[in-house]
Design a protein around this ligand. Sequence first.
Ligand code: 5GP
Length: 139
Amino acid sequence: MADNIFDKILRGEIPCHKVYEDDHVLAFLDIGPLSRGHTLVIPKESAVTLDALSDDSAAALGRVLPRICRAVKKATGCEDFNVLQNNGALAHQAVFHVHFHIIPRPDSSQGLGVGWRSAGTFDHADGAALARAIAAAIA
Ligand code: 5GP
């Protein structure tokens, strides 16, 4: 049985401030918010990273994410927000159960601070080969 903090929340062993629940999805407030209204949306399925998620759980998440975003906007009065989804420790994942962050961005000092690296150059020959490889892997 998976035993990280979100599995314990799903099993009701640890409390949370729940904002939404259905057969596949639970959403609740983040205990360490980057801004007021910072919400986590998780599948009930115990997958560590997004690529490991079943199509059913993925579809259920995709269906409710925009609805929960709208609700967070309405409840906080904050128009701007980021949706963040980390996979793996190097990518800043700390809890190893798939989760989407919805993070209101009320002003430049609250919410998600994004340090975007300067864009690299694009090699069209490599890009064409890479696009073919990714497309083949999807099929
Ligand atoms: P990650 O870095 O894995 O994408 O984010 C994990 C998030 O889970 C963090 O924002 C952290 O504040 C949140 N978190 C960790 N433990 C708990 C908890 O026990 N309850 C709630 N509600 N959120 C938690």
